[in-house]
Write a protein that binds this ligand. Structure first.
Ligand code: NAD
Length: 369
């Protein structure tokens, strides 16, 4: 299988590329011949995230925009792509509130271009005529388009509402979630109208290695290590459902290879936590894993700041379908995943420093095609 991963230099994308070229071969047994990463390297993309696969001959990195139809068309043909795993996006809610346009451009228009080029490629190469077209790619492998989305498209839950599931109506509240909802609808329409074999996943909050330090966990780990105050929105009682990124990547690979075309799978760690409890857990885990640093206590570090406008109160996922139909279960709980995450940031302080001083956007890229 030749796979095109968009957004593969970002947080989840890079973890996915590592997974596809590593553990996936044993765990889900896809026959992976080549992984092509297409990434624009926005502020959130970091070529160093792909260091672990730099010398793997099965990996090709291409710097480019998913909205560049010509480039996408040529990559699909040149690399004889069988499957697209689409993760490229503008992904930070706060940025979408300050500057929404880029979110519409990449998340909606970019996804449309990608779908359209993939549709033309399928027809032109006759993949839609191959016996078994439109069935699960693992069964015989013609082609598939996996669209990676978020639980934020479903809006906000009250404290006693049932968790989001595949039939939950859409109610996006931020420009980010609205742009992702728009892309989900386009993907759905390409299946309904053209019969394109698409699969959509909507996942809860991820955490783990290589996450850009504007997001909650890496930001708080870093501030804890530096002894800076940790800003918590509102009273810290907003609830999120956390999933360790490697569990998400395994779910994506399973959805791609075993999932039913046209189907949606919601993915989550069955791990609802208040933001304030997450921040406490982070500080306590850093104190436990780096006792020599003399880290301050949660009471000394936490400060409360004015809440984000329109801040969703609660997200929660009921991942029964992917569990029942594909046999997926999260392997990490929050305590074990957090330990792995904090340890990774302790072992890779130069990775965060290179983002803080801006050098991650430096000359190394000059060597790329
Ligand atoms: P990220 O911001 O870390 O990475 C996004 C990547 O996309 C970056 O490498 C960036 O350079 C690239 N990119 C942006 N615009 C592009 C364009 N026009 N063309 C090509 N590349 C472009 O995001 P992430 O957290 O890794 O999220 C990946 C996907 O997963 C997104 O679609 C997001 O909506 C979804 N998702 C994320 C989470 C989460 O908790 N992080 C949860 C559920 C779903």
């Amino acid at each position: 299988m030749n796979i095109l991963v968009t957004g593969g230099a970002g947080f989840i994308g890079s973890n996915l590329v590592h997974y596809l070229l590593g553990a996936a071969a044993d765990e889900i047994r896809p026959d992976i011949n080549k992984v092509v990463t297409l990434d624009k390297l926005t502020y959130a993309g970091n070529y160093a995230n792909l260091d672990p696969v730099e010398i793997d001959p099965r990996h090709v990195f291409v710097k480019g925009d998913i909205g560049d139809g010509k480039l996408v068309a040529s990559l699909l043909r040149e690399h004889e792509i069988d499957a697209v795993m689409h993760l490229a996006a503008e992904s930070h809610v706060d940025r979408s509130i300050d500057a929404p346009e880029e979110f519409i451009e990449t998340n909606v228009v970019g996804t449309f271009r990608l779908l359209e080029e993939f549709r033309r490629y399928i027809v032109e190469t006759g993949k839609d005529k191959v016996d078994g077209y439109g069935k699960s790619i693992g069964d015989r492998g013609t082609c598939a388009f996996l669209h990676v989305s978020t639980d934020e498209v479903f809006g906000s839950l009250g404290p006693n509402d049932p968790a989001f599931h595949e039939e939950t109506p859409y109610a996006p509240n931020s420009p980010y979630s609205a742009s992702k909802a728009g892309s989900d609808h386009l993907v759905r329409a390409y299946h309904h109208t053209y019969g394109m074999p698409v699969i959509t996943t909507n996942c809860s909050n991820n955490y783990g290695p290589y996450q850009f330090p504007e997001k909650l966990l890496p930001l708080m780990i870093r501030k804890t290590l530096k002894g800076e105050s940790l800003p918590v929105y509102g009273d810290g009682s907003n609830v999120r459902d956390w999933l360790y990124v490697e569990d998400h990547c395994r779910g994506l690979a399973m959805a791609l290879t075993k999932g039913e075309p046209g189907e949606i799978y919601v993915i989550g760690g069955k791990c609802e936590m208040k933001n304030l409890d997450v921040v406490h857990a982070i500080i306590n885990t850093v104190r436990e894993l780096a006792p020599e640093r003399g880290i301050k206590s949660p009471e000394e570090l936490i400060t409360y700041v004015t809440d984000r406008p329109g801040h969703d109160r609660r997200y929660a996922i009921d991942p029964s379908r992917i569990g029942r139909d594909l046999g997926w279960e999260p392997r990490e709980n929050f305590a074990s995943g957090l330990k792995r995450t904090v340890q990774w940031y302790l072992d890779h302080e130069e990775w965060i420093t290179s983002i803080e001083d801006g050098s991650y956007r430096g000359e190394r890229l000059g060597t790329l095609a």
